[in-house]
Design a protein around this ligand. Structure first.
Ligand code: PLP
Length: 376
């Protein structure tokens, strides 16, 4: 029985879905499930959400195929689009939607013979400058795309923010305006369009004007704040009114006496300033708790915050329990969860919460709880 566990609170997930419905009452929800649903388990999360959201978004074809093979029938959008003609055949066969962001994709669609046309989202570059058609050439490409027999009409339109995690950054507003100007241009040219979608978690929560027809929450669904950790009052999901879904935890597999001046672990990077007791937890970078998390970052044992010491190793992490500790082998060790925000651990360790969640390696057991009291 493995002790390193990712525990998922389904009631928290449900709370967050209702939260987003309340924030964007006129929009549909496309739940973003890329990177194994941010470490929460792609198929399990999709099964739980399939009657609660309108559609799903993933980054890779393989993720979409896993969902279809698990019996998920909701619309699924490939956020990065397709890369080859073989991909296109799979899109048709599995009824997958795709983003179209470059002329090469339009050329493939033009020559693609299909029995069932493909639903596409035309992506414009509203200022992130990563994917999407630039403003000055977008209209002409949209006209070409609309001319493809292999494509469902009307075409949906999308774009993505680059700095919506910075609440005070005015650039997001300029991206909103860019998007709207493009939509009115399309309208002036009498090109029918389908749904419009612009906002991910940050946009949804801080820029109501960005909601349009479909919102695309990712990290917020999992109860984690999309905002940078230094954003006052919005640094954690709980501060926003979201409920953290994941608890990363394990157990103490050893409690050892340790003498002042002794080091612990690889490369002896920490020496104890006192006689103390050290706890060894079965959790390491082989599970996704990063190797370079610095000494001093807290874990929770029996409700108490205690610092990790020494270097995180592949399968184990050492905690300074203190000289008077009564902790014993088998006690639970929480690395992050509702009472120890992943945003805080990420900030202390120099990561983003997105990275910590998606770095989980899959070795941990994923456990789905339907009756967790989030206060515990
Ligand atoms: C990842 C992603 C999202 C979700 O972003 P969050 O910040 O996690 O809410 C939405 N849209 C696109 C295009 C993405 O790549």
């Amino acid at each position: 029985m493995a002790v390193a566990t990712v525990e998922i609170s389904l009631p928290a997930l449900l709370h967050n879905i209702k939260y987003f419905k309340g924030v964007a009452v006129n929009s549909q929800i496309m739940a973003i499930l890329k990177a194994n649903a941010y470490g929460h388990g792609l198929v399990e999360v999709a099964k739980y959400l399939q009657d609660r959201v309108e559609s799903f978004g993933v980054a890779r074809l393989d993720e979409a195929l896993q969902l279809r093979n698990a019996g998920i029938v909701r619309p699924i959008l490939l956020l990065e689009g397709f890369f080859s003609n073989d991909d296109l055949s799979l899109l048709e066969r599995y009824s997958l939607q795709t983003v179209v962001h470059c002329p090469e994709q339009i050329a493939r669609l033009k020559s693609f013979k299909t029995r069932y046309p493909i639903t596409v989202w035309f992506k414009i570059d509203s200022g992130m400058h990563r994917l999407g058609f630039r403003g000055e050439e977008a209209l002409q490409h949209l006209i070409q795309l609309a001319d493809c027999a292999s494509v469902v009409k009307p075409i949906h339109i999308t774009s993505h923010f680059c700095s919506a995690d910075e609440i005070k950054n005015p650039y997001t507003q300029s991206q909103i305006e860019f998007f709207e100007i493009f939509l009115s241009e399309v309208e002036k040219n009498h090109i029918p369009i389908g749904c419009k979608s612009l906002a991910a978690s940050g946009g949804i929560l801080a820029w109501p004007h960005s909601h349009h027809d479909v919102i695309r929450p990712g990290i917020g669904l999992y109860g984690v704040s999309p905002f940078s950790y230094h954003t006052e009052g919005k640094a954690t999901g709980a501060q926003l009114g979201l409920e953290p879904v994941m608890t990363l935890k394990s157990e103490l597999i050893a409690v050892r006496n340790h003498l002042k001046g002794e080091a612990v672990g690889y490369n002896q990077i920490w020496n104890s300033a006192r006689d103390t007791k050290l706890g060894v937890a079965a959790m390491g970078y082989g599970d996704g708790y990063p190797r370079n998390i610095p000494a001093g970052v807290p874990v929770l044992i029996n409700g108490q915050r205690l610092p990790i010491v020494g270097r995180v190793s592949m399968d184990m992490t050492v905690i300074d329990l203190g000289p008077n500790s009564t902790a014993k082998v088998g006690d639970e060790v929480i690395f992050w969860g509702p009472m120890l925000p992943v945003e805080e651990i990420a900030a202390l360790a120099g990561f983003s919460a997105y990275e910590l969640l998606t770095s989980l390696t899959g070795r941990t057991i994923l456990l789905y709880k339907s009756d967790i009291n989030p206060a515990l």
